[in-house]
Design a protein around this ligand. Structure first.
Ligand SMILES: Cc1cc2nc3c(=O)[nH]c(=O)nc-3n(C[C@H](O)[C@H](O)[C@H](O)COP(=O)(O)O)c2cc1C
Length: 302
């Protein structure tokens, strides 16, 4: 079973991916946060920087595209192929209102006719193998059967399912039963994504037959070593120190925002962390940030 790091916009940047790959093991592929091509081009500068081969050396990466425009998809996939990528992932899961209102991300699941036209177009002129990351419906889970039937008409490299509807965003229970019912029905390799946060759950998934991959997002942000044998505390802190250096070098003082966001996930590994996390969030400069992080090191692990 393959193990993937989920795409997370603004979080799993090339800087994060590279350092995660340097310090931790177990990820077979890192999916990039979505690239959203427009009439102005395939990539904005930030997106291009994120996928440039020189910024991803030695890191196994699958770029993700978010669009409902056939031409944009094909042109972007072609450019990614020219950069040396071996496959692309289509985002049919993003629940954000600004995305879905344009019929993109999970918004593309609302109209099956439009979805088929789009998939017809991108698979007919496929320049790279295409995997899909999807939700199970827009309004409700009953939509899944028809959606799966649509996906089954195409040579989808892999269907990675986050078994929630768009309306459920990222909260609450995942529809695991629905996913398990899908396993014997699916014609393409299936991946599972959603709420995987500990080794017991991972072990359980590994024992299930017919699952090609699992994809982890928040669980890996919380414990970057989740997919391997436990590592020393020192490793976690060296990882964060190097993230700090790399982000300050790349974006100056804005690094603080990135680091604070990362700690909201990573801090969950510690007992009674709320007070210290508040200090991290309130840190106004690098010095106060470092002081607060040093306090985290003193806390008990969960
Ligand atoms: C802050 C944030 C940003 C995300 N960005 C993306 C994205 O760019 N592309 C995508 O397909 N999913 C994105 N996701 C969804 C995750 O990839 C994943 O499907 C979701 O977090 C559920 O998995 P988890 O429970 O393992 O975290 C994002 C989620 C969060 C919380």
């Amino acid at each position: 079973m393959l193990q993937y790091f989920a795409p997370m916009e603004g979080i799993t940047t090339h800087i994060y991916r590279k350092l995660h790959c340097k310090y931790f093991k177990g990820v077979d592929y890192y999916f990039t946060p979505f690239i959203s091509p427009t009439m102005h081009g395939n990539f904005v500068p930030r997106e291009r920087k994120d996928i440039l081969p020189e910024n991803n050396k030695g890191v196994p990466v699958v770029p993700q595209i978010l669009t409902n425009n056939i031409e944009y998809f094909i042109q972007t996939a072609q450019e990614l192929k020219d950069y040396g990528y071996a496959s692309v992932n289509l985002n049919l899961g993003c629940p954000s209102g600004t995305v879905t209102s344009k019929g993109k991300g999970a918004g593309a699941l609302r109209d099956l006719y439009d979805l088929e036209v789009f998939l017809d177009g991108i698979f007919a002129r496929q320049v790279l193998p295409i995997s899909i990351k999807t939700r199970i419906g827009y309004e409700n889970a009953e939509e899944w059967e028809d959606l799966l039937e649509v996906f089954s008409c195409y040579p989808v490299q892999e269907l990675i399912v986050h078994p929630r509807t768009r309306q459920e965003f990222y909260k609450g229970e995942v529809h695991q039963d629905l996913f398990r019912d899908t396993v014997p029905k699916a014609k393409m390799p299936l991946g599972y994504n959603g709420n995987l946060v500990n080794r017991e759950q991972l072990q359980w998934w590994k024992e299930q037959a017919g699952i090609h991959s699992v994809m982890l997002g928040r669980g890996l942000l919380r414990d970057p070593a989740l997919l391997q044998e436990p590592v020393s505390e020192e490793t976690y802190f060296r990882f964060f120190e190097e993230l700090e250096e790399a982000y300050y070098e790349e974006i100056g003082n804005n690094a603080l925002y990135k680091l604070k966001e990362l700690w909201t996930y990573a801090a969950q590994r510690y007992e009674n962390v709320d007070k210290v996390l508040k200090k991290i969030r309130k840190a106004k400069n690098r010095e106060s940030y470092r002081k607060a992080v040093a306090e985290i090191q003193m806390l008990e692990k969960k």
